[in-house]
Design a protein around this ligand. Structure first.
Ligand code: PLP
Length: 399
């Protein structure tokens, strides 16, 4: 197996634009006011930081926003994912299919809950799980299909629901579709649904880098399955005197800020989409550079602005482009993300088969810094830098 391609040598020069933004959205006076109110509200010893009312207000607002009948808040997306998988009660040998290009946390959660991780290939355009490759990897042991909306490009959930129906588990029936929407909060899928309304469960993250954030950490699970919602509520509060569980509650301050962020989510996403479309227009026509698909109707939120270099640049040429961008223009970029088994030993130890298409695509992938608060003048500089750096690298690696 090749080594981790995410370890690209980085320049030591200070960057004008970081490798990745530390905050996905931004805060206003409204978040600060909500935070101050929660602080003062919690100071009396009779009240304290008890979060139930704030948390359920955020849950009600989030389920109304997504159209899912239930929303359950968590202290992170990672724990939400882990608890959804826990609720499946996976037996040894039970399989969960997921795209090889992914955030490692999703795959660690499958392994942590005793599942056998079955990695599948991405769609070459969106880098989302390819339904036809997923189907080839389904078996009578498949319990779940884990679909990640990759870097904000919403996947179509319907083909996966059909796959599940076509390949029922002999005991448990159709595998469930679990959606990782940590990078797609506020998006729409091709069916027109708001992300979070389809599938058995959808997991969101409000960690600092994500599209809406709750003071650094936070998460939410939406579902239309009332039993699942009840089980998740038990799991996050010590099993409610009956079952196994632990403490995974969000704090009052996080929920209060989350309510404000949710109300502002569409506005923050619109700014991001407008800027990404403008970047796509500016970068059009650069030889060999594949730009992210312009999926209309909020189907691409551009959590990351993905570029693919030509196949002949895979690996070395891509790394050279990242280095030129950083060293000569101060533009940081990140590879979001290589196949998880290349970057994480535990996943590697649990992976029987490589995903060659995923490896080839990841070797061509880079995401130069993008953020809605980058000014128009800076955005013009960034696009000029990408154009010029690509021309520089083309002199060595060909167009
Ligand atoms: C951030 C992220 C997660 C995990 O969310 P946390 O809240 O950071 O635990 C899961 N999946 C994807 C795709 C992510 O980007």
């Amino acid at each position: 197996m090749p080594t981790d391609p995410s370890t690209v040598p980085q320049t030591t020069a200070p960057l004008r634009w970081p490798v990745e933004p530390a905050q996905g959205g931004w805060y206003t006076d409204a978040e600060q006011a909500a935070l101050t109110l929660a602080f003062h509200d919690s100071a009396p010893w009779r009240t304290g930081w008890k979060a139930a009312a704030h948390e359920s207000a955020l849950e009600v607002a989030f389920s109304a926003y997504t159209g899912a009948s239930c929303a359950v808040a968590f202290n992170s997306g990672g724990t939400g994912l882990e608890m959804v998988l826990h609720a499946l009660q996976l037996a040894p040998g039970d399989e969960v299919i997921s795209c090889a290009i992914n955030f490692v946390g999703a795959h660690i959660a499958v392994i942590g809950q005793g599942g056998t991780l079955i990695l599948a290939e991405p769609d070459p355009l969106t880098l989302n799980l390819d339904p036809s490759d997923a189907e080839q990897r389904m078996s009578p042991r498949t319990r779940a299909i884990l679909v990640t909306h990759w870097n904000g490009a919403s996947a179509d959930i319907r083909p996966f629901l059909q796959l599940a129906d076509r390949h029922p588990h002999p005991v448990h029936g159709p595998p469930v579709v679990i959606v990782d929407a940590a990078r797609a909060c506020g998006g729409r899928t091709p069916s027109g649904a708001v992300v979070g309304a389809e599938g058995w469960a959808t997991v969101f993250s409000f960690e600092s880098k994500k599209l809406m954030t709750t003071l650094g950490q936070g998460g939410m699970v939406t579902t239309n399955d009332e039993d699942l919602a009840a089980r998740l509520r038990r799991l996050r509060t010590y099993g409610r005197s009956e079952h196994w569980g632990t403490n995974q509650l969000m704090t009052k301050a996080q929920a209060a800020v989350g309510l404000v962020q949710l109300a502002r989510l569409d506005g923050m996403n619109d700014a991001r989409i407008t800027q990404a479309h403008q970047r796509t227009r500016r970068l059009a026509g650069i030889d060999g550079l594949t730009l992210p698909p312009t999926l209309h109707g909020r189907r691409h939120l551009y959590y990351r602005y993905n570029l693919l270099v030509p196949p002949s640049w895979a690996g070395e040429g891509r790394n050279a482009l990242m280095e030129v961008l950083a060293a000569e223009y101060g533009l940081g970029s990140i590879i979001n993300d290589p196949p998880t088994y290349l970057g994480h030993q535990l996943v590697r130890a649990h992976t029987a088969q490589r995903c060659i298409r995923a490896e080839q695509l990841a070797a061509r992938l880079l995401c130069p810094c993008s953020h809605p608060l980058i000014s128009a003048a800076e955005e013009a500089d960034i696009c000029d830098a990408i154009r010029a750096a690509t021309a520089t690298v083309a002199r060595t690696y060909g167009p």
